[in-house]
Design a protein around this ligand. Structure first.
Ligand code: SF4
Length: 77
């Protein structure tokens, strides 16, 4: 599982659950990108997750494998 944190939002991609259909990359290409070598999705490096929070949430909702979790990150210590 890979985790990306940006401005209070945390995205988990459960790669073992990802089927590689790419719905998330279609819904939110600024954050999700299909890795054609592994046929799994990955987060775009330095993706502005907070700016695309609505699209990220929609991508998580529309993932047929429920492989994306979107959480509110804890406040920094
Ligand atoms: S929508 Fe879900 S199953 Fe499809 S590529 Fe994205 S994370 Fe993987």
């Amino acid at each position: 599982m890979k985790e990306h944190v940006m401005h209070g939002l945390r995205v988990h991609i459960h790669k073992d659950m990802c089927c590689g259909f790419g719905n998330c990359a279609t819904v939110c290409p600024a954050v999700f990108q299909l890795d054609h070598e592994t046929n799994r999705v990955k987060c775009v490096d330095c993706a502005p997750i907070d700016v695309h929070a609505d699209a990220v949430a929609r991508a998580a909702d529309e993932c047929p494998a429920q492989a994306i979790s979107l959480l509110i990150a804890d406040a920094a210590p």
